[in-house]
Design a protein around this ligand. Structure first.
Ligand code: ADP
Ligand code: MG
Length: 831
């Protein structure tokens, strides 16, 4: 006998209960409808009732534990009574079992509020102040719910009990633009009522760019280079390439549109393919590093700016393109800045090529100047006014402040009135925030509206990326946890509240030492204003800045410094050299990088053997440029030929390139996870070898997902590593390196690593601190490293990350003799 089948009498019982429940539910709903005048109550209560009914109907309760059964029975009784009893004012009260501390009072208070509403006779209009009071009561009740451990019991207190509530001061108001346009609202509503594809094409017509379609096409026709300026969300990225396609530009070649971020390229391509009703990868595709989703059919190609830069290597005149759109030009990423000069050059060479430079900010004159006074096409933006709030005092922990603010908004603002967008600095921070939010709302169930948490960052798997665009159910609220990607690259509709901690993760580079590190730094005023603007897209918005007005006006810089002025240029210099551009000091930069940084890059490439002493590209350099990797990583791969361990080295390179962490530590299983991790570090082999062991062990299990779970390893990172490895393998063939394996010889593997990474070395000092070998800088081993406790004397590291200290990430022990052997031009023995 199968234990979980329902016995006949039970089925009968539940059938009867179902009928009863439906009946009482219906009359209960009817009763509520008459007194809940405010939409707000109605929706909330009906939902609650639906839940109650579903609970009661759930057969499972027949077998459930006793307490649960009693609870459900009580609700059932309450519901039944309410529906049969005419004078039921005292009946609406949730059973005590449902309350936690303080809950009873809240429920009572709620019941009183309800009563007050119900006191009105049918047909009576509720008087506004009573309505207001009832609403406030409800809000207070909502707000007195507890969130996490931060709040102490306050049973009799009806006020807000966020212990660490954040006080905001109202600051300036950003005026709206062009929003009294009612027709656009109507269009929008019409769009909502149709079938999926009709809806999409109707939606296209509501975008601010749509009325300018014809004049834009005329302008493109008349001018070879056009600067396009339009507020985020006006339709630049998704619409303009389509307009050009519809106007026939793709008959002569592809339309390429660059994005500074991979997620933006993927997501926008996906959207456009839907709008055009074609399969992604066919007519519309995208190309990002290690992932090409295009085909022979592709005519609209979204790509990262880095990929277009690489496209020049294969096709110096980009003959297969008829239109190039350098999008998000205001971001001024390194690749975009280099592209400016390259596309300007080929535009002169190919008069039939159309060039569009599009930007979300209004300071387009600079672009126009640079492109020989190209005309500027302005798309009038549409934005509702946004109220800006600042904190009263600086916040010590912005992550926690952001979470508290989000919950504060969620429980005090009516449901369904708009979503929340929080700007964070990276994947780790976003994952922490996600966990904390879940933690603090856990167990509250139907006491608060559902909070849908949507993370978005560069390495988020494709299948989860679409979630941020899904419309929020009326009853719920969405909170989007995003990196800077949501600042201008992706437009998320329905955001009403923006929470801006005021930080961003940026590369910073010391051109004197040549050291580069990732660092969380304050944003610029321009960035802060863009972020605020994201809340006013579909209605008036509010932006909560987690810093003071004084910070904003006196501490933030006006504009973000272009990346070219704060980064290591080695990769770009290598690309330019490969393109035959030798005279870098006279290269047509929009903003010149410091000469020092250029020289450092040349020096660095010379040390790696990519350039000779005349600054000319060597054979090694040419091969290095084949790899879409940092020159040090490419060099490491090339060197693996000599040490006969290319098989191992490409695995390590792939693991280092996944961009996200490989190990994870679930909160409740940290000890298990740590033990599993230590397994790979056995013998203090160092992080590189540990990564190799992870990869090889996974491969041995035939890429088993189960194995990943058992070892607390991120399946996603591993799959990505496998993809990258496959591509690196293909590239090995191109540079004529055979796949050779030498798994036992760790010394050979480490020598191959330092052939590329010899500039990244550090030595333990007498004072117990590491000092970088070539620069007088103190560095630390990152706590996540397998060597964090071991502290070997000499180490090589993959990268520096600056948090509270300058940390080396991915560290291995080396011997100083190896340095002298592998990089004799860089290190000599002291006699
Ligand atoms: P702009 O480039 O001017 O900032 P976009 O063309 O990116 O504007 O966006 C236009 C509209 O398309 C916005 O309303 C945005 O919400 C929508 N959109 C863009 N990408 C997606 C996507 N992947 N899914 C759903 N909607 C999207
Ligand atoms: Mg865009």
């Amino acid at each position: 006998e199968v234990p979980w089948t329902t016995k006949p009498n039970e089925r009968l019982l539940s059938k009867r209960k179902e009928e009863e429940a439906t009946k009482s539910f219906n009359s209960l709903a009817e009763a509520l409808r008459t007194f809940s005048r405010r939409e707000y109550f109605k929706r909330r209560e009906l939902k609650k009732l639906e839940e109650i009914r579903d609970d009661i109907l759930d057969e499972e309760y027949l077998f459930g534990d006793v307490k649960d059964y009693r609870f459900k029975k009580q609700i059932y009784e309450v519901a039944t009574k309410l529906s049969t009893d005419d004078d039921n004012t005292d009946m609406y009260r949730m059973p005590d079992a449902y309350d936690d501390e303080g809950g009873v009072n809240q429920e009572k208070r709620f019941a009183v509020a309800m009563e007050r509403c119900r006191g009105l006779k049918d047909g009576d209009k509720m008087n506004p102040s009573a309505e207001q009071e009832a609403w406030e009561d409800h809000q207070i009740r909502n707000a007195t719910l507890k969130f996490g451990s931060k709040n102490k019991k306050q049973p009799e207190n009806y006020g807000f009990v966020f212990e660490d509530q954040i006080e905001f001061i109202h600051g300036q108001v950003m005026d709206g633009e062009n929003v009294d346009d009612e027709t656009c609202q109507e269009e929008h509503e019409k769009a909502m009522a149709k079938s999926a594809h009709e809806k999409l094409s109707a939606e296209r017509k509501t975008l601010p760019v749509y009325p300018f379609r014809e004049s834009l096409l005329k302008a493109v026709e008349a001018h070879q280079v056009l600067i396009i300026v339009g507020e985020t969300g006006s339709g630049k990225t998704t619409q303009i390439p389509q307009y050009l396609h519809e106007a026939g530009y793709t008959k002569r070649g592809m339309i390429g549109c660059t994005q500074p971020r991979r997620v933006a390229a993927m997501s926008v391509a996906n959207r456009v393919s839907q709008e055009m009703g074609v399969k992604l990868g066919h007519e519309v595709g995208y190309s990002i590093r290690f992932e090409d989703c295009t085909s022979d059919k592709t005519v609209l190609k979204y790509m990262t700016d880095g990929m277009l830069l690489r496209a020049f290597l294969a096709e110096p005149d980009l003959a297969s393109y008829s239109v190039l759109m350098v999008d998000e030009a205001h971001e001024r990423t390194l690749s975009t800045d280099i592209l400016f000069s390259l596309v300007k050059d080929i535009a002169r060479l190919r008069p039939e090529l159309k060039l569009l430079i599009s930007s979300a900010t209004l300071d387009a004159e600079k672009f126009s100047d640079y492109f020989d006074d190209a005309p500027i096409f302005k798309i009038p933006g549409r934005r509702y006014p946004v109220e800006i709030y600042y904190t009263k005092a600086p916040e010590a922990d912005y992550l926690d402040a952001a979470i508290v603010t989000a919950l504060q908004i969620h429980v005090t603002q009516p449901p369904g009135d708009g979503d929340i967008l929080i700007f964070l600095t990276g994947q780790e921070e976003i994952e922490t925030a996600e966990e904390t939010l879940k933690d603090r709302t856990r167990g509250l169930g139907s006491k608060i509206q559902e909070l849908i948490i949507c993370p978005i960052y560069a390495n988020l798997p494709t299948e989860l990326q679409a979630k941020i665009f899904e419309p929020t159910p009326v009853e719920a609220r969405k909170v989007v946890l995003a990196t800077n990607i949501a600042e201008t690259s992706l437009t998320i509709d329905g955001i009403k509240y923006v929470i801006d901690p005021g930080y961003v993760k940026m590369k910073s580079y010391n051109s004197r030492t040549g050291m580069e590190s990732l660092q969380v730094t304050p944003t610029s005023q321009a960035s802060a204003d863009q972020r605020a603007g994201r809340s006013g897209r579909t209605g008036p918005g509010k932006c909560f800045r987690l810093y003071t007005a004084y910070n904003y006006f006196s501490d933030l810089v006006a504009n973000t410094v272009p990346e070219i002025q704060r980064t290591n240029l080695a990769n770009v210099v290598l690309t330019l050299k490969t393109l035959g551009i030798h005279d870098l000091l006279h290269f047509d930069f929009m903003d010149r990088p410091p000469d020092e940084a250029l020289l450092k890059a040349l020096e660095h490439l010379y040390a790696l053997g990519a350039l000779n002493k005349h600054g000319e590209l060597t054979r090694v350099g040419r091969k290095m440029a084949e790899f879409p990797l940092d020159p040090m990583l490419s060099k490491m791969i090339l060197a693996s030929d000599k040490y006969q361990c290319s098989d191992e080295i490409i695995s390590i390179a792939a693991m280092l390139s996944t961009g996200s962490s490989v190990f994870y530590r679930p909160k409740d299983k940290q000890v298990h996870a740590d033990n599993a991790r230590l397994n790979f570090h056995m013998g203090n082999v160092g992080d590189h070898i540990a990564l190799l062991k992870v990869y090889s062990s996974w491969k041995e299990t035939n890429f088993s997902t189960q194995w990943c779970y058992e070892n607390y390893i991120q399946v996603r990172s591993m799959k990505r590593a496998r993809d990258i490895r496959d591509q690196l393998r293909g590239l090995l063939e191109r540079v004529e390196i055979e796949l050779t394996s030498n798994p036992g010889d760790l010394e050979a593997i480490k020598k191959a690593i330092i052939s590329g990474y010899f500039p990244h070395t550090a030595k333990m000092q007498i004072n117990g601190l590491y000092k970088s070998l070539k620069h007088p800088q103190t560095v630390y081993i990152h706590p996540s490293s397998g060597l964090a406790q071991v502290l070997p004397r000499w180490v090589v590291y993959h990268e520096l990350v600056m948090t509270n200290k300058e940390y080396m990430r991915q560290v291995s022990e080396i011997k100083p003799e190896w340095l002298v052997e592998v990089a004799p031009h860089y290190y000599q023995l002291k006699d």
